[in-house]
Design a protein around this ligand. Structure first.
Ligand code: ADP
Ligand code: MG
Length: 311
């Protein structure tokens, strides 16, 4: 997944050693990343699906099936703003594994239109009962906007199975926390201000004794500028172009880190007003941070989210 992870946990059960738990976490993440989700190698399950011929149903693992189903759900909820078939556009604009544009001209309208012909999640049929998927057009799946969150959920499930009741799991910035530390202190996730480089605190959260996931998405780590315009790695499949609005970051709290991850990406693509509408309509726990000037921000915080802000 091209990222790092960190897991802190308090284990009280003498039957399993910390080293065993660490090893299980590593095996799980290896299986999810190298085995299933990565597009940086041709051997992963996802890469195999991407190489499939059209109209041929193929069985997929339960992990891939769940992420694809969730992706479809968030795609529908966001009116197509979140779309895991956006890869040809991500590459065209210089962000993906096949990126070729970063240091040259911006893509032409013609190239954008051609790439858009290969985008659209409608072209993936999912048969949940049979655990099969079928590609009906030449699409390429890219799970970068949701897989890290899914990995967080899976590590949480694993720790649950091993009777670990207190943890702080972080994969590529998406997190899940449960329980208290031994001194009865809460795990305290921090939200950074959306500025590149130096890390500045924006807000601190608390879990209120719940198991919560927090995922974020921003325009400030992976972007380039041309002619004073910021081109970020979130691409709007509806226009074929990177987002250029002033929504700098979106954070979502949810039970599922995968859902929070996908929603945060969806909000970045939807932009300030459409994101707010959806948050209110679906009562999503979300924080949106708008860039007013270079390092000046304003925020929108839904009621559900504000409960978790440490005062
Ligand atoms: P981060 O890596 O900052 O956590 P996200 O979770 O928002 O970011 O994922 C961004 C990645 O998702 C991009 O690098 C790209 O591969 C992919 N992506 C870009 N645009 C979309 C989109 N509209 N829908 C789904 N995935 C996208
Ligand atoms: Mg995301």
């Amino acid at each position: 997944m091209g990222t790092s992870y960190e897991v802190q946990f308090i284990s009280l059960e003498a039957a399993v050693s910390d080293a065993f738990i660490e090893n299980e976490i590593e095996k799980l993440l290896e299986e999810l990343d190298r085995g299933i989700f990565t597009t940086y190698s041709l051997d992963s399950e996802l890469s195999h699906v991407n190489q499939l011929p059209l109209d041929l149903p193929v069985s997929v693992s339960k992990h891939l099936l769940s992420v694809l189903e969730l992706s479809k759900e968030i795609s529908e909820l966001s009116g197509g703003a979140f779309d895991i078939t956006v890869a040809p556009l991500v590459n065209l604009w210089g962000f993906g594994p096949e990126a070729h544009n970063i240091f040259s001209e911006l893509p032409s309208e013609l190239a954008i239109n051609e790439a858009m012909l290969k985008v659209g999640l409608d072209n993936l049929l999912i048969d949940e009962g049979a655990s099969q998927v079928t590609k009906t057009a030449d699409i390429t799946l890219d799970l970068s906007g949701v897989a890290k969150g899914y990995a967080v959920d899976q590590v949480a499930n694993l720790l649950g199975d091993l009777n670990v009741e207190s943890y702080f799991i972080e994969v590529g910035g998406e997190i899940k926390i449960k329980g208290l530390k031994p001194n009865n202190q809460e795990w305290i996730p921090a939200i950074e201000a959306p500025v590149y480089g130096s890390s500045q605190l924006y807000a601190l959260l608390r879990s209120l004794g719940e198991t919560i996931s927090l995922a974020g998405s921003g325009d400030y780590r992976n972007y380039y500028e041309r002619g004073g315009v910021r081109y970020s790695h979130e691409i709007d499949p509806r226009t074929g172009k990177p987002i250029t609005h002033n929504l700098a970051a979106a954070f979502v709290i949810d039970e599922s880190a995968a859902r929070a991850d996908a929603l945060a990406t969806a909000f970045m693509v939807l932009g300030p007003s459409e994101a707010q509408e959806l948050i209110l309509q679906e009562e999503i726990k979300a924080l949106l941070i708008f860039r007013i000037e270079n390092s000046q921000f304003q925020s929108f915080i839904s009621d559900g989210f504000s409960r978790y802000l440490a005062k």
